[in-house]
Design a protein around this ligand. Structure first.
Ligand SMILES: Cc1ncc(C[n+]2csc(CCOP(=O)(O)OP(=O)(O)O)c2C)c(N)n1
Ligand SMILES: [Mg+2]
Length: 577
C-alpha cells in the first residue's frame, strides 16, 4: 500500500501570528479600507488585531447590528468591493441578518464575520450559540465556520472571491473564539481576483441579429456589477441605436435620467404607459437585471416560463438565466463585458423604433409632472414640490438614500438621477424592500465620500427602525441631511389595509416622538416644516448650520396622511369597491 507523506512547509521563515491577526492582515491585503461592527466578547482578539492595523482599516462602531450590516452592504454597493461587518454570536448575528438578506436580494458583495462559541462547547447550545450554516443557508452565497486556524487565509480569500465573483452577494463566516486566539505560522493569500464572464463571439452575433430585426425593442438595465465605464458605454450604445432604456426597481442611477433615451423605471408604481411598452415590446434586452417581482409588476409583464417578447437576457450568473423566464438568447457576462460589446455594435442606418423612443421619453417626462392630487388638498405639504426644490437646491451629484415605505415613491418618481457614468452613485435603496435601510446607508455613503452631499429620505416608520444610528453619524461628524416624512402611520400597510379591509384601520397608526427634539438630543441640528415655505427656510437654515458645525441635520416634514401616494387619497381607496 502506497504511503503518502506530506512534507511540512519551510515554516522557519514564516512568523507566527494569532489567527485573529492573520484574519485582519487578510482584510488589509484584500483591499478592505473600513469595517463596521458592534463589538462582542466572542471576537475580542479580532478587535485587538484591528487596533494594530488601525492605520490601514477604519472602524465604524454601530449602535445596532442592523445598522452595521446595512452600512457594510451600502459600502459594497458604493465600491463594488465586499463590505465587511463584524458582529457577535446569537443576538448579534440575528440582528445583522437583515443586511445579509438585503445583500442577497440586491446582489451586493458583503462579508459578515460572526464570533462563535469556543470549539470545546460547540453543539451544546452554549451561550448564544447558533449553527450559522443552517441560519443563513437560504440567503447567502456561502456560509462556513473556520474551525482550523491554519486554514484562515484560504477561507477568507474564498469569502472575497465568492462575494465578488459572478452575481455578487453575501458570505458569512463564523469564527470560533478559541480558534481566533491560536498562534499559527501561515503565509498570506494573494489579493482576491474575482472572476467575471465574457461575451462569446457567436453570442454577440446572435444578439446583434435579434436586435437588428426588432420593431419595438426596449432595454431594461439593473442588478449590480456596473462600473462608470460600463454605464458610459451603455449610454453610447443607447444613443447610437436610439434605443429606449429603462432602469429596474431602485437601480435608477445606472442610466442618466436626463439622457434623451431614458424612459423611466420599471418598479413599484410603474408608469402605466411604460408597463404597456414592456408588455408590447417585441424584443426585450435585459442587462444585469434579475427580472424579479418588483421589476415585472408581480410577474405580470412577461409570461412564465416563455415570454411573449423575445428575451435577450444578459446576467453575471448563469443560473439566473432561465430561473423564471426562458430567454431566447442567454449570455452569462459581466456588465462591463456586455457594455463594451454593445458600444461597438454597428447601429442600423435608420432604426424603425426611433420615433417610439421619443414618444417613450415624452411619456416619462409627462409622468414627472406635478400630480393633481394636491389640488384636492391645498393645505397639504406638497411632496412633489419638496423633492423638486430639494434637488434644485442641492448639488447635482447628491446621493439619495432611502428604505421602504410609500414616502420613497416621491424620491423614486420625481428625482432625475444622474447616471453612474459620472463616476458616482446617486441612489442607494434596497430592492429587498427592507425598512430602516436609508439612515445607515446614507451614513455609510457620507463616510465613503465626506465631501459629497448625502440626503436620506425616511418615513416615520422607516426612520425609527435604525434611527439610533444618528449617534454613529454624530460621532463621525457625517454631514448627512435626514428628511423624515411624518404621516403618523405605516402608510404602505395602511394603503393595502384600506384596499382590502376598508375603514378597518388597525395596527397601522403610529404614535411618534418629537423627531426634532430626538435629533437634537443626538447632536444634530433639526427643524420641523408643515408648509412648503417652512421647508424652504428650514432647508437653508439646516444646510448652513450643518456646514457651520460640521454635523448631521434633520428636517421633519408633517405631511397629510390622506395623501397616501401621488395617485391616491385614503378616501379614494375606500371608495374603490
Ligand atoms: C423591515 C421591514 N419590516 C416591515 C416591512 C413592511 N412594510 C413595508 S412599508 C411599511 C410601512 C412604512 O412606513 P413609513 O416608513 O412610515 O412610510 P409610509 O408608508 O408611511 O410613507 C411596512 C411596515 C418592511 N418592508 N420591512
Ligand atoms: Mg409613515
Amino acid at each position: 500500500m502506497p504511503v503518502f507523506t506530506f512534507l511540512p512547509l519551510q515554516m522557519s521563515s514564516i512568523p507566527s501570528r494569532t489567527a485573529a491577526k492573520v484574519l485582519v492582515d487578510q482584510l488589509v491585503l484584500h483591499g478592505t479600507k473600513r469595517v463596521f461592527c458592534v463589538p462582542g466578547e466572542s471576537y475580542l482578539p479580532v478587535l485587538d488585531a484591528l487596533y494594530e492595523r488601525r492605520e490601514a482599516i477604519a472602524l465604524t462602531v454601530n449602535r445596532h447590528e442592523s445598522g452595521a450590516s446595512f452600512m457594510a452592504e451600502a459600502w459594497g454597493k458604493l465600491t463594488g468591493t465586499a463590505g465587511v461587518c463584524f458582529v457577535t454570536r446569537g443576538p448579534g448575528a440575528t440582528n445583522a441578518s437583515i443586511g445579509v438578506h438585503t445583500a442577497y436580494q440586491d446582489s451586493t458583495p458583503l462579508i459578515l464575520f460572526i464570533g462563535q462559541v469556543g470549539s470545546d462547547c460547540i453543539d451544546r447550545e452554549a451561550f448564544q450559540e447558533i449553527d450559522y450554516r443552517r441560519m443563513f443557508g437560504d440567503f447567502c452565497k456561502w456560509v462556513a465556520q473556520i474551525d482550523s486556524a491554519d486554514r484562515i487565509t484560504e477561507y477568507v480569500a474564498r469569502a472575497y472571491h465568492v462575494a465578488m465573483s459572478g452575481r455578487a452577494g453575501p458570505v458569512v463566516l463564523a469564527l470560533p473564539e478559541d480558534m481566533l486566539q491560536r498562534e499559527v505560522a501561515v503565509r498570506d493569500a494573494r489579493p482576491a481576483q474575482p472572476v467575471q464572464g465574457e461575451v462569446g463571439q457567436s453570442q454577440a452575433r446572435a444578439l446583434a441579429t435579434a436586435l437588428a430585426a426588432a420593431q419595438r425593442p426596449l432595454v431594461i438595465v439593473g442588478g449590480s456589477g456596473w462600473t462608470p465605464k460600463a454605464c458610459t458605454d451603455l449610454e453610447t450604445f443607447a444613443r447610437k441605436h436610439d434605443l429606449p432604456v429603462a432602469c429596474s426597481f431602485r437601480r435608477q442611477d445606472i442610466f442618466d435620467n436626463r439622457h434623451p433615451n431614458y424612459v423611466g423605471d420599471v418598479g413599484i408604481g410603474i408608469n402605466p404607459r411604460l408597463a404597456k411598452r414592456v408588455r408590447e415590446a417585441d424584443v426585450l434586452l435585459a442587462l444585469g437585471v434579475r427580472l424579479g417581482e418588483m421589476t415585472t409588476s408581480g410577474y405580470t409583464l412577461l409570461d412564465i416560463p416563455v415570454p411573449r417578447q423575445k428575451l435577450l437576457h444578459v446576467h453575471p450568473h448563469a443560473e439566473e438565466l432561465g430561473h423564471v423566464y426562458q430567454p431566447d438568447i442567454a449570455i452569462e457576462a459581466s456588465m462591463p463585458a456586455i457594455a463594451t460589446m454593445l458600444k461597438d455594435l454597428q447601429p442600423p442606418a435608420a432604426p424603425v423604433w426611433k420615433d417610439e423612443t421619443s414618444l417613450a421619453r415624452e411619456d416619462y417626462l409627462a409622468w414627472q409632472k406635478e400630480p393633481e392630487i394636491f389640488g384636492t388638498r391645498p393645505q397639504a405639504l406638497n411632496l412633489w414640490r419638496v423633492v423638486k426644490h430639494l434637488f434644485e437646491r442641492l448639488p447635482e451629484d447628491t446621493l439619495l438614500a432611502n428604505g421602504a415605505g410609500n414616502f420613497a415613491t416621491w424620491g423614486h418618481r420625481y428625482r432625475q438621477y444622474p447616471g453612474y457614468s459620472t463616476g458616482k452613485r446617486s441612489q442607494l435603496a434596497p430592492t429587498s424592500g427592507a425598512m430602516g435601510y436609508g439612515v445607515p446607508a446614507g451614513i455609510a455613503a457620507q463616510l465613503f465620500d465626506p465631501q459629497r452631499q448625502v440626503v436620506v429620505i425616511a418615513g416615520d416608520g422607516d426612520f425609527l427602525m435604525t434611527g439610533q444610528e444618528l449617534a454613529t453619524a454624530a460621532a463621525a461628524n457625517a454631514r448627512v441631511l435626514f428628511i423624515v416624512v411624518n404621516n403618523g402611520m405605516y402608510g404602505t400597510i395602511r394603503m393595502h389595509q384600506e384596499m382590502h379591509y376598508p375603514q378597518r384601520v388597525y395596527g397601522t397608526a403610529l404614535s411618534n416622538p418629537d423627531f426634532v427634539g430626538l435629533a437634537r438630543a443626538y447632536g444634530l441640528v433639526a427643524e420641523r416644516a408643515r408648509t412648503l415655505e417652512d421647508f424652504h427656510s428650514a432647508l437653508d437654515q439646516i444646510l448652513a448650520a450643518m456646514a457651520d458645525k460640521s454635523c448631521p441635520g434633520l428636517i421633519e416634514l408633517i405631511t397629510d396622511p390622506e395623501i397616501i401616494s401621488p395617485g391616491a387619497t385614503v378616501a379614494s381607496l375606500r371608495n374603490r369597491r
